[in-house]
Write a protein that binds this ligand. Structure first.
Ligand code: GLN
Ligand code: ZN
Length: 781
């Protein structure tokens, strides 16, 4: 038997984001569950046929999801919190967990917490477990997908998120992911054993058990218990199992992964090539290795010769039958098909490979596994493309390189410290206590999207489009004024996406038309491809910011996306250090800050929602990353005059462990997501004593649920226990572009009202305290 070509998971959103459309129509009540199910089935069929046609020896199933595969796993294991169990539609509890649920007179349910899937830009829902959680197998979804694939003549291998990773990603109610969940492992393992036995009884040949948590820092107890659990599963009645690890180095967990006794272990050799030799040294004789040599997270064409050298070496050592070739991880994180991009730069196209093309690379590598010097067309094409890319002068801009070389320390620090700047801002802005603001974007309604589509298709000319954007911006400013917000934004109607917009205006980026990847649920992003040196040919945001500022006497924030976020949410060139690329972006943004300032914008926000997600998975690698990431932000912002108030925004994650770095960024104000994790972050702020101003998000914009004024007041009171009132801002926890105007206006009105109430309470208390103190002072005199 030859070397197998396998795939760990395929994009599930559809070539044209069919899943997104079907989900949103269903949620809006425009289409019944049956229509959604049909779209889903068609997408799965398409994925299986594509993989089958590429000649893969193992095709996954159950990698599809209506919203999130971690949420699917919670359902598979019967871990649905009681409060979500109501509802008549079969998918009702599922979507309630995913999105929250609000109905007149019915239950009012916030969604589950959502956070980053490892160090990717995919977000999973954090399963919530009771201390005495019990589990019960519900394999309906898996069995249905196996049958569906079978009906197409394909023996699909279910992908199952393993018990260790499930518990590591889940949380106890009120806790953090991975805390207080390990004791549930003994209760969980029998359910997995039951599942494996069931799949064996159905004649399933292979199961892919995903345990990416094994590449994280695990303490000795986790490691020991994980090892025991995996060994127990391996020893039971089961199909063949490939234990899939990805996103990093197994490190101390290498022995338990390899010794568990499964039929194969998958290693991510793109992120962590160095672990291969260690693995080969201790690999048990009956275990096969799945070599993740094709990058599942980036869009570059694989250097087939280099990958082949690895595969060939392992094949010589283990024999062809004990080797599999695979992408490094699921292809969920790359766009579907390069063939959908005829408009891309022709030369750049030849340097790229999307999901469909990666399947061919995997096949070509598996076919050539035993050949010392492959000569196939696939190899020839890869060689030619790579040689051209290496020799190209289109990726190098001497002016950018010269400027980068001239950056020095003084460019990284603002001219005055925070307290001095804060005094200036107090006189300059005269803001009330607890100023209210928003994060930047306002609803991108169907009208906004239709106008953009018309303009892109040439049905609307530049002037017509600009006029439309002006109207939207003007209305948005008016609405903010009548809501009583203190600091305004222009609304970001001209930006389909906070990274794409800048990518389109910076040199060094290319853009796809259909290169969507799932971010969470129905939300997709289309990361630009950063392939050359970055520079800014012209101002990027000045027109819209100044237009909006001229409409109001209130301060309005200029709005930029930060260097780390632009880097993190792009497909980045792999031929130089990420830190170098990031600095290039920072220099371009520094010029934009200067231009905004010169145009009269007194507040500038530079969003860095992705700063934390860029953290390496292993703590040992954190300091180096944080140093260059924080420096890049400072390089972008520190040129601002002390009179200018620099804001930043972060979201989607736990920040407790990077507060020091956040403080080192030295933004005057940070708005930060907290509400979905019930302001747990504030405890961290209390411990750390964050020195500058902060606006902890007071309601969750990821859910259509409108908070009550009381909800917001409670959160503000909690915030006031750890943040002095002079440094507390009031804002939602993220941009509002995905929401609809009615819910946005309702929510902001309540937010403003809550801020007013708390503000007037503070003032009253101060007056009272002042009255009490005043006589005391006279007494002393
Ligand atoms: N300013 C951006 C917005 O409001 C920030 C988005 C984000 O943090 N992801 O949309
Ligand atoms: Zn945000």
């Amino acid at each position: 038997m030859g070397t197998r070509a396998v795939c760990l998971g395929f994009p599930r959103i559809g070539r044209n984001r069919e899943l997104k459309r079907a989900l949103e129509a269903h949620w809006a009540g425009r289409s019944p569950a049956g229509a959604l199910a049909q779209t889903a089935a068609a997408l799965r069929r398409d994925a299986w046929r594509t993989m089958h046609a590429a000649g893969l020896d193992r095709v996954p199933c159950n990698d599809f999801s209506f919203y999130d595969h971690v949420l699917d796993t919670a359902l598979l294991l019967g871990a649905v919190p009681t409060r979500y169990r109501a509802g008549t539609e079969p998918l009702a509890p599922y979507f309630a967990m995913a999105r929250g649920h609000q109905s007149d007179g019915g239950p009012d349910l916030p969604a589950l917490e959502m956070t980053k899937w490892f160090d990717t830009n995919y977000h999973y829902l954090v399963p919530e477990l009771d201390a005495g959680q019990t589990f019960r197998l519900d394999a309906t979804k898996i069995l249905a997908e196996i049958d569906e694939a079978q009906a197409l003549g394909i023996d699909a291998s279910p992908v199952v998120l393993g018990p260790v990773t499930f518990l590591r990603l889940a949380k106890a109610a009120g806790g953090h992911p991975g805390e207080g969940t390990l004791h549930l492992l003994p209760a969980l393992v029998p359910v997995y054993a039951e599942l494996l036995a069931l799949l064996a009884s159905r004649g399933v040949a292979w199961v892919q058990l995903d345990e990416p948590a094994l590449v994280l820092d695990l303490d000795a107890t986790w490691r020991r218990k994980a090892g025991q659990a995996l060994a127990r599963l391996a020893a039971g009645v089961r199909p063949r199992v490939v234990l899939a690890t990805y996103f990093g180095d197994l490190g101390e967990q290498l022995p338990i992964a390899l010794a568990a006794g499964f039929d194969a272990v998958h290693l991510d050799l793109v992120t962590a090539p160095e672990q291969l030799d260690a693995a080969l040294d201790v690999l048990p004789p009956a275990t096969a290795l799945s070599l993740g040599v094709v990058d599942g997270r980036n869009v570059w064409r694989t250097d087939l010769d280099r990958a082949h050298a690895v595969v060939h070496r392992v094949v010589r050592r283990l024999g062809a039958a004990r080797v599999e070739v695979a992408p490094s991880c699921s292809l969920l994180h790359v766009p579907m098909d390069l063939d959908l991009e005829p408009g891309l730069d022709a030369q750049l196209s030849t340097w790229l490979a999307f999901a469909v093309q990666k399947l061919d690379e995997v096949r070509a590598l598996a076919d050539a596994a035993t050949t010392p010097a492959p000569v196939s067309a696939a190899f020839e094409a890869a060689r030619a493309a790579l040689a051209a890319r290496r020799a190209s002068d289109r990726t190098h801009d001497p002016a950018v390189r010269r400027r980068l070389a001239s950056v020095d320390e003084t460019m990284l620090a603002r001219a005055e410290p925070f307290l001095a700047r804060a005094k200036r801002h107090e006189t300059r802005f005269r803001l009330p206590l607890l100023p209210t603001t928003t994060i930047g974007s306002f609803p991108q309604t169907s009208a906004v999207r239709a106008a953009r589509a018309d303009w892109r298709a040439g049905r609307l000319d530049d002037d017509g489009y600009r006029e439309h954007l002006r109207t939207e911006t003007r209305r948005c400013v008016e609405r903010q004024e009548s809501l009583g917000l203190d600091v305004l934004v222009h609304g970001e109607f001209e930006r389909p996406d906070m990274v794409e917009y800048f990518g389109e205006r910076l040199a060094g980026f290319a853009h796809t038309r259909h290169g969507w990847v799932q971010s969470y649920g129905s939300r997709c992003v289309k990361p630009p491809i950063l392939w050359g040196d970055v520079s800014r040919p012209a101002p990027m945001t000045v027109e819209w910011s100044t237009y909006a500022q001229r409409l109001t006497a209130l301060p309005l924030k200029g709005m930029l996306t930060g260097p780390v976020t632009i880097l993190q949410w792009s497909f980045v060139r792999d031929d130089q250090a990420r830190s170098t690329t990031c600095r290039q972006i920072a220099l371009a943004l520094r010029d934009e800050v200067a231009d905004l300032e010169a145009a009269g914008l007194a507040m500038i926000q530079i969003d860095e929602p992705a700063l934390r997600e860029g953290l390496p998975l292993r703590r040992a690698d954190w300091p180096a990353y944080l140093r260059w990431a924080v420096d890049a932000f400072r390089l972008a912002t520190a040129g601002a005059h002390p009179d200018t108030q620099i804001h930043t925004h972060m979201c989607y994650a736990e920040f407790g462990d990077v507060l020091e770095a956040i403080a080192a960024m030295d933004a005057d104000v940070i708005s930060i997501e907290t509400s979905r994790s019930a302001m747990a972050l504030l405890d961290d702020f209390a411990r750390f004593r964050y020195p500058n101003a902060v606006g902890p998000g007071v309601y969750d914009i990821h859910s259509p649920r409108v908070p009550t004024t009381h909800d917001v007041e409670v959160l503000l009171d909690r915030a006031l226990r750890v943040v002095p009132s002079e440094r507390l801002w009031v804002n939602p926890d993220c941009g509002l572009k995905t929401r609809a105007w009615p819910e946005v206006e309702a929510a902001l009105a309540r937010m403003v009202e809550a801020a007013r109430r708390v503000r007037s309470r503070i003032v009253t208390e101060r007056v009272r305290a002042g009255l009490k103190r005043a006589p005391a002072r006279r007494d002393r005199a």
